[in-house]
Each structure stands twice: as C-alpha cells, then as structure tokens.
Design a binder for this molecule. Structure first.
Ligand code: UAG
Ligand code: ATP
Length: 531
C-alpha cells in the first residue's frame, strides 16, 4: 500500500506543546514540556513525521503505548495517552513529555485539526455515509464541486486525491490525524472543496472528530458490519453520529428505507429529505423526490426527473446504469446544491461525470464486433442482484459474468451469489476473488453448489483460475451486443492469496485483452475443475 506519508503538508505547523496542553486541558505526567514544539499528530508508530505528537490509543489488538518508544525513535516529541497507556510507558515518561487524556482516540482528530490550523475551515466539506453508494455518490459530488471549485479533493475507498494527484487509500476513511494532514495538504495545494466517504467504523472510532462538515449525506442502511456494530440498532446509531451538531451543519437524507426516515426524525441538525424510488409514498412527504426515471434507455445510464422543495422539476441524468445510480446521482445533486453549487450546474456536472473507478466502470465500450466490458465492485448478494439487473437493459445480447467470492469472509453468501449469477446472467465464469488463507478451489466449489440449484447441468458455466485467465475467457466468449461484467474487486489494485498481495486489477486485464485481440481466448475449461 502506498504510504500516506506523502500526504503530509509541506509546511508543517510549529506549535508550542504548552498551547495544546492549555487548549485541551491535558495533564502533563512526563518530562517537562517547556520548549517542545509540535509539527503534526500521528497514531501509528510506523507513520511518524519529525516533531509529531504520538497519540497512543487502546486498540482492539494492542495498546498503542507499547509502540511509543518506537514512535519517539522515529521523530515523535511527545505522547498523549490514557492511564493504561501511561502504565505501559515505563521509563520513557522520564525523558519524553507525556500528556494524560481520558479518551485519546476521541481527542486525536481535534488535536490534529488544531495543530494543522483547522484546514476544514478553509474548505467546503461534504461527507457521505451509508452502507452502499458512498463511493459513487462522493465521486458524483466531486464532479459537481469541480464545476465551481478549480481544485477539489476526493477521499474514500478508492484513493486520496487532491486535484490531479492521488495515492491509494489504506481504508474508506483514514485515521483522524491522517485526515487532518490530507486536508491541510489540500488547502496548501489550493483546494477549496472536499467530498469524502465517512464509514460507520470511522464514526464509531472518531476518525472525523475535529471536522465539522458543511453538508453530510446518507444513502441507505443495509445489513453489514454487524461483527463490529453488534446489531442494526448499533450500526444505525454509529451512522447517525454524522448528523450531530458539531459534526455537521446540515444534511441530506435518502428516505427510501425506514432507517433514513428515522434519521430525518431524529437528526439534531437541519436535514432535507430525498425520496428516490418513483411512486414511493415517501415521495409525497419528502423535500426532494425522483418523480420519473428512464433506466438504461440511452444504453448507458438513466435520465430522471427531480422535483425540488418548491415543486419545480429538473431533468437530470445518471452517467452510470441502474436505479441505484439514479439514487446516488439525485443525492449528489442535492448535496452539491446544499454545498453552494447552483442547481442547474450540479445537474449538468453529475450527468456528465466521468467513470467512478471500479463502480459500473465501462472499460471496453460497445462497438461493432466488440462487447461492452464493465468492472463493478458488487461483492454482496444484494449488490450482485442490483448490478446484474442494471446491465440487463443495456445488453441486447448475452450477459457474461466473471466472479468469485472472498476468502476469510462470510461463507454463507457463496452459494447465494452462485444462484443469483445463474439466474440473472447467461454465461458464468466462476473464479477467485481474494482467497486469503482459504483454498480457492473450495470457495469456487461453494459458489458452484449455488449455481447448480438453478442450472444442474452447468450449461454455459465455466470454472477458471487464475482470475486474469477467467476474465480473458469471459471477454473471448462475448461478441457484439453482449456485455461482460466482472464483479467483486472493483478498483482494487491487488489480489490477496495466502497472505501475499499480488498486483492485480480487473481493468488492466480487460485492457490487455483488448490489446491482444479480443478473441485470443484460453482453452475452454469444464466447470468443476479449474483450468
Ligand atoms: C476496527 C478497525 O477499524 N480497526 C483499525 C484500528 O484498529 P485498532 O484501533 O483496534 O488498532 P490496533 O491494531 O489494536 O492498534 C492500537 C494502536 O496502536 C497503533 N500501533 C499498532 C501497531 C504498531 O506497530 N504500531 C502502532 O502504533 C495503531 O496505529 C493503533 O492506533 O486501527 C488499526 C491501525 O490503523 C487498523 O489496522 C484497524 O483496521 C482494521 C484492520 C480494519 O480492517 N478496519 C476496517 C474494518 C475499516 O475501518 N473499515 C472501514 C470501511 C468499512 C466499510 O464501509 O466497508 C474503513 O473506513 O475503511
Ligand atoms: N445507492 C445504492 N444502493 C444500493 N446499492 C448500491 C448503491 N450504490 C451502489 N450500490 C452497489 O454497491 C456497490 C458498491 O458501491 P459503492 O462503492 O459506491 O458503495 P460504498 O458505500 O462506497 O461501498 P464500499 O464501502 O464497500 O466501497 C456497487 O458496486 C453497487 O453494486
């Protein structure tokens, strides 16, 4: 993974540690703080910049204080930690300033923001949360912000991008100090607006503490991550933290599900509601509503009509296929408008947005003799249904899917994904996703068990490993009018097999297949034994 070190401001702060102690009412329990100045904040001993404050938090695995000496060796000048952390530090406290805090994790963001000069104050900030659609909506919002802001930043699962420069993102929402460094660098590079994904983990773990968003959006809430949040109630409560005073100034909430409707009732900041399912009773009550949609009629995305709070109707478009992207596009338009973009400008910019990496991304355009080739990130049964339903209307011929399922993750979904693919696609190439520590053949066998429920004879079903060969077969099997969709890995730049991250990207494989000539297929393997 590319280091986030490159995302530090080039002109770091220079703040007396004593000023931080005063501002945050910290208690000094280590060496004398006089004369110590702070240039930044970090929570990770392997990501320390010179003169930074190391915030040592109790983690799920280990207490960060265990790595304080390592952080100091790497350039940290002081440590902020809790009582358990102080106990862990031992002799280190004799020669390094140590500041005691009740909840260092909750403090890391505000501390980092303070040291970085509160960069969010200089940016128009939009945050997007929800189970699905965060990445897509964030890119759509960025397209609208770019129409009026010459330089923008977009932060999320795919990348950390400022203007035209990007690095891979280590996670959907980076740790609090990293976020503040990135925002400070964005300001330094002239950015005036940022759109970012805010995961539920980030909200639970205070990664966006210290940032007050101008506008926040909620897409939907579906079953996910219950291992972390406990139950749907806990998951909802963590998502709802984004809609608290101090965390955001105003919000836009999609009210297609009951969780969204509840959020509108319970949010303690001003929110606008948006209904995106045509004909849903929620539309009558909602501030904004999608009142008609022509999905896939233009062979690419959809056109739809968005009714505003004053009753005015606006003809808008989603550049990506499927009803879910009508929802994402509508939310992005309303968010961008709430963030100060003129409505007509937001509508135009979202309709003309470029591809979102790995989200219904069209890598091979349909042409004479050539199929349409799409990469999508769908890796849950629900998302797979939506993805296949979205491409069917833009597929005059056969629908070819290349897919697998992750190792070391929910095993129960494997046969379900197989059954869905067999029901909704015409030709199946079952392959590997990220097998991790599991036997890839066993994962494919579990998927094929689901396929057999629908197609006992395994007609038009192939089992191929490795993944690159599977995708090349999928492309070779498809002709004019057909669509190939490869799902599960989206933008991911690596494939994790037995603890090793191999460079791998679905888009690159498509492009290589085109460069080599589309019909250059590997030999046809029989399902039930990988090639
Ligand atoms: C639940 C969760 O998010 N955990 C993350 C968290 O773990 P933790 O705070 O419990 O940390 P820990 O590993 O016990 O270590 C404690 C402290 O010691 C520090 N440390 C640890 C080791 C060391 O050598 N040096 C060091 O300084 C760590 O930086 C940390 O501050 O901090 C760790 C260090 O940054 C992360 O590796 C770890 O991410 C885990 C692996 C993870 O996968 N998180 C996922 C679930 C996540 O956050 N996903 C959401 C998106 C979900 C979605 O919507 O799909 C995301 O925003 O990406
Ligand atoms: N509004 C939506 N409702 C339901 N499903 C959606 C929606 N938008 C996208 N999806 C599906 O979810 C998948 C992931 O979309 P996207 O990356 O935009 O969401 P995300 O919230 O960022 O998810 P992740 O955190 O897993 O990256 C897409 O491939 C698509 O199939």
């Amino acid at each position: 993974m590319t280091s986030t070190a490159r995302m530090r401001p080039t002109r770091p702060a220079d703040l007396p540690l004593a000023a931080l102690v005063d501002a945050f009412s910290l208690v000094s329990v280590g060496a004398d703080i006089a004369g110590t100045t702070v240039h930044g904040v970090t929570m990770a001993s392997d990501d320390v910049g010179t003169g930074e404050l190391f915030v040592a938090v109790a983690g799920a695995r280990v207490h960060g204080a265990r790595f304080a000496a390592q952080a100091v060796d790497a350039g940290a000048v002081a440590v902020v930690t809790d009582a358990a952390g102080v106990a862990e530090l031992g002799d280190l406290a004799q020669w390094v300033p140590v500041l005691l805090a009740d909840d260092p994790r909750a403090l890391a963001g505000p501390l980092a923001a303070y040291v970085a000069g509160d960069p969010a104050q200089h940016l128009r900030t939009v945050g997007v949360t929800g189970t699905n659609g965060k990445t897509t909506t964030t890119y759509f919002v960025d397209a609208a912000l770019r129409a009026v802001h010459p330089t923008t930043a977009v932060l999320g699962t795919v990348e950390l991008r400022i203007g035209s420069q990007a690095i891979e993102s280590p996670r959907t929402t980076v740790e609090a100090p990293v976020l503040q460094h990135v925002l400070a660098l964005a300001v330094e590079r002239g950015a005036t607006a940022v759109a970012m994904e805010v995961s539920s983990h980030a909200l639970a773990l205070h990664r966006v503490a210290g940032t007050t968003f101008d506008v926040v959006g909620f897409t939907n809430l579906q079953r996910d991550h219950l291992d972390f949040h406990g139950d749907m109630e806990g998951y909802f409560r963590d998502k709802a933290r984004l809609f608290e005073p101090g965390q955001a100034r105003r919000g836009v909430v999609v009210v297609d599900d009951e969780w969204g409707r509840r959020l509108v009732r319970e949010a303690r900041i001003p929110v606008e509601s948006l209904a995106t399912h045509v004909g849903d009773p929620a539309a009558a009550e909602a501030d904004w509503a999608v009142v008609s949609a022509d999905v896939g009629l233009d062979g690419v995305g959809s056109t739809f009509t968005l009714r505003g709070p004053d009753g005015t109707e606006h003809v808008a478009a989603s550049p990506l296929p499927g009803l879910v992207n009508v929802s994402n596009a509508a939310l992005a338009i309303v968010l961008a408008h709430a963030a100060g973009v003129d409505l007509a400008t937001a509508v135009d910019a979202v309709g003309g947005a470029h591809a979102v990496p790995g989200r219904m991304e069209r890598v091979i355009e349909r042409a004479p003799g050539r199929p349409l080739g799409i990469v999508d990130y769908a890796h849950t049964p629900d998302a797979l249904v939506l993805a296949l339903e979205a491409v069917r209307p833009i597929t005059p011929g056969r629908l070819v899917i290349v897919f697998g399922s992750d190792g070391d993750r929910d095993r129960g979904k494997r046969p379900i994904m197989g059954e869905i693919a067999a029901r909704l696609a015409d030709v199946l190439v079952v392959t590997d996703e990220n097998p991790r520590s599991e036997d890839p053949g066993e994962i494919r066998a579990a998927i094929l068990a689901g396929v057999r429920q629908v197609r006992p004879d395994l007609a038009d079903v192939h089992e191929v490993s490795p993944r690159a060969q599977a995708l090349r077969l999928g492309v070779a099997l498809a002709g004019e009018g057909d669509t190939v969709i490869v799902t599960g890995k989206g933008h991911e730049p690596t494939q994790e097999i037995a603890g090793v991250f191999h460079r791998y990207n679905d888009r690159d494989v498509y492009l290589q297949a085109v460069a080599d000539g589309l019909a250059d297929a590997p030999p046809l393997p029989a399902a039930g034994g990988a090639a």
